[in-house]
Structures are given as C-alpha cells and as structure tokens.
Write a protein that binds this ligand. Structure first.
Ligand code: UD1
Length: 419
C-alpha cells in the first residue's frame, strides 16, 4: 500500500486553486441517469470516489467519454443493468445516490445495502421511507434494496432526520414523478443548491433548495446540459487549516467564502488573519500558538462534520483547552488515537473530545482510518517535528485531488512512497 512520508515543520506559503467538489460531483453524475440526452461535466476532480461512480454507471451500461480538456460526456440511454453491486457500494456509500434516479426513470433498482461504515452505522432508512412515500415498493433481500414503481407520484414528505444524500436522492427522484413533491426538514448544504441548479438546467422545476423546504414539480423528461462542478469547500477548509497549523500564509482561489462561513469564523477565533473576496480566501497565522476553539458539528449552515478532524489538530497545538462535540456521526473520533501517538492530548467521552494543547507534536508512523481522519494526520505531520509516515492513504485519495502535489507547491515536503 502506498504511504505518504511527511517532513514536518515547514510553514506553508503561496497560492493554490481549489478542485471541483466531490460531494457536488457524485450526485450530479448519478443525476445523469435521469436524462434522455448526453450530459457534459467539466471540472470533475480526479478522485477515487469519482472513478468508483463512473465504474458503477459503466457497469449498468452507460457510456462515458473523456475529451482532451478533461471534460466528461455521459450518456445513460443504454442502461441495461439497474443494479449497484456490493463490490462497488461497499467502497463508496454514495453509490446509494443512483437509487432515486433509477426508480424514477426506469421503474426499478437493485442496490446493495451499504452496511456499516467506519464513521458510524450510517443507515439509509430516510432515503427508503421517502421513496416509499413517492409510491415505490421497497423490499430488502439478500443484502440488497429492491425498489420498483410504475410511476412515482409527488407527495408531501418530512424527513425524520436531516440527510444530505437522502435529500439529493429524493429531489432527483421527484423530478420525474407525477405532480408536486414538497420536501421538508431537508439538508441545506451548498451541494444541495448545486444539484438543484444542475437539475433545473436539465429542465427540472425545483424551488427552495438551500432552505428547509424544497418544492419539485415533476416533468416528463430531462434533457442534456453542460455543467462545471463548483469548488470543494472542504478541500479549501483543509488547506486553510494546514496553513494555520504551520504558521503559514496562503491564498486559495476559486472558492466562494460564503460556503465556509462557520469554518472561517472558527479560524479567526483561533487567531488566524483571514481575508476573503468573492472567489478566494487568504489566511495568515502570525501567532506562535493558535487560541483553543470550541466546536459543535451540525448540518449546514453550522460547522461541518467534515472539518472536525482538521480542527482537532489546530486545537492540539493551541494555547489551552478546548472541546469538540460531534453531533452528526456517532463514531467520528478515530483519528484521535493516531493523533495521540504523535503527542496530542485528546480525551474522548461519548461524542465529546476534550483537547489540551501541547507544545509540540512529534512525527510517527500512523494509519489513516477514513477520509477526513487521514487529512488530520497529514496536518499533524505538517506541523510535527521530524518524519511522519501515513499508511492506508487510499482513504485520502478518495477525496483530495493530488494532495501532496498541492501541499508541496505550498512548500511542504511530502513524498508518496510506492507500495
Ligand atoms: C454526506 C457527505 C459527507 C458528510 C455528511 C454530513 C456526500 C457524498 N457525503 O454524507 O461527506 O460527512 O453528508 O455532512 O455528500 N442517517 C440516518 N438515516 C438515513 C440517512 C442518514 O440515520 O437514511 C444519519 C447518518 O447516520 C448520520 C446523519 O444521518 O448520522 C447524517 O448523515 P447524511 O447527511 O445522510 O450523510 P451522507 O449523506 O451519507
């Protein structure tokens, strides 16, 4: 297995561009299933999760072409298999995003149940309950979800809990349902707005995305479009945190700061100087040690759970004690054991991590456990004394495009070691 070898202690300095957002791209790729015509997607990030989603569409019979500008043309007219097999679903839970589009367009779908996941049980009951309310018949057999419907029919649906991919799945399905669907208690993440804009370009009639009520008027068909994937707010937030822990000074281009408001507020509270304009964010850390910041994760517009692990590192070298409360996932502190091996002083009690700032971190051999956990290990390696070797970096390649290239461009010293 490949590893990253990080020589720590170098302040990051310079300017980079943000890549396309994984969590915006995945539902858009799934949404192409709804279209009668080819769709062109631009600015797709080069990530393992995107490859997995293409593999999934390919296994169903879709045609995916890449041109010299790295734009993808996706044609889903020849879908034969309305199935997402376990081999693919187990590597990427977001495969569930093809459920709504398949049932809406083809009246049937067979999707492997995602099952357990490193950061918690992550069930899909909200997706299934809502799809049933649109008129789908759903059964669970041999580890698979089997769903069918002659024609979905619009309904008033209140989600029992806020779910990002659940909101996306049902929003997509409702586009081809008969009549009006009203979704409440929905997720308000920017990626929901991105997906709604994309679907509307295809001819859907969606209003209210970004608020807690989305209204969708079903249409008979959706058509082709050309669309560029917006920037990845979590990637941007991770690099800003990396600059904060290395006492660096960086600018990230291509990102709308409104998408990171809570993260920027917390970076400022930690003592970083953050300046923004319409399409970029700059951060400079002049303090010797960050100030400790308390964090509670929650659905957008609150602080994102996907930035929690990175802030564990900021707090670990801070001047005092802080608490992080994780309210979205029940088991998202797996990075803590590894961080403590690098000298962090973090104690977990249920969904609360209490972090006592230490004077310095030390390089060590550590193991990545999930996507954002691996980002925190890299951040720790960047500010630690000596060498850090991060194993199982396939987790990081799922969600960060060319991470060591981007960080090295900012002055870091990271080598990818072959397996
Ligand atoms: C998405 C993001 C992920 C992010 C998460 C929370 C994508 C591809 N992934 O994941 O990066 O960390 O949002 O912001 O966009 N739940 C249920 N039943 C369900 C669905 C969810 O109980 O049917 C629970 C989950 O276990 C979790 C919470 O709801 O505790 C939120 O999960 P959800 O918003 O669905 O996360 P994902 O969409 O999987």
């Amino acid at each position: 297995m490949e590893k990253l070898l990080i020589n720590g202690g170098i302040p990051l300095n310079g300017t980079i561009s943000c890549s396309g957002a994984k969590n915006a791209a995945l539902p858009m790729i799934a949404a192409t299933i709804l279209s009668d015509e080819s769709i062109v997607l631009k600015n797709l990030p080069y990530l393992q999760d995107i490859t997995t989603m293409f593999e999934l569409l390919g296994s169903m019979g879709c045609e995916i072409l890449l041109n010299e500008n790295m734009d993808f043309t996706i044609s889903t007219n020849n879908i034969k298999e309305k199935e997402a097999r376990y081999e693919l679903v187990k590597t990427m839970r977001a495969s569930i995003l093809v459920l709504g589009p398949l049932v809406a367009k083809y009246g049937e779908a067979k999707i492997a149940l995602p099952g357990g996941c490193a950061i918690g049980s992550r069930p899909v009951n909200y997706h299934l309950d809502a799809l049933e309310q649109l008129g789908a018949k759903i059964s669970l057999k041999n580890g698979y979800i089997e769903a069918s419907a002659k024609k979905l029919v619009g309904a008033k649906i209140k989600f029992d809990g806020v779910t990002v991919t659940g909101t996306e799945n049902i929003m997509m399905a409702a586009c081809l349902a008969e009549g009006i669907t009203e979704l409440t208690n929905v997720a308000r993440e920017p990626e929901i707005i991105d997906l709604a804009e994309f679907l509307n370009e295809m001819g859907a009639k969606i209003e209210g995305a970004g608020s807690d009520k989305i209204v969708i008027e079903g249409v008979n068909k959706l058509s082709g479009t050309e669309h560029s994937i917006p920037a990845d707010r979590i990637e941007a937030g991770t690099y800003l945190a990396a600059a904060a822990v290395t006492k660096g000074k960086i600018t990230i281009n291509g990102i709308n700061p409104n998408r990171l408001k809570k993260v920027i507020d917390k970076l400022k509270e930690a003592g970083a100087i953050v300046n923004t304009n319409e399409n970029s964010i700059s951060l400079e850390m002049l303090r010797d040690k960050p100030k400790p910041v308390d964090i509670t994760t929650a659905p957008f517009p609150e602080f994102p759970t996907d930035m929690q692990a990175q802030f564990s590192v900021i707090n670990s070298i801070a001047d005092g004690v802080s608490n992080i409360y994780e309210t979205v996932f029940e088991n998202r502190f797996m990075h803590v054991q590894e961080l403590n091996r690098m000298g962090c002083n973090i104690n977990i009690n249920g969904n609360q991590a209490t972090i006592e700032g230490v004077d310095r971190l030390y390089g060590a051999e550590v193991m990545a456990t999930d996507l954002r956990a691996s980002a925190s290990l890299i951040l720790a390696g960047l500010c630690a004394e000596g060498e850090t070797k991060v194993d199982r970096i396939y987790h990081i390649d799922r969600g960060y495009e060319r991470i060591e290239e981007k960080l090295n461009y900012l002055g870091a010293n990271i080598i990818r070691l072959p397996s």
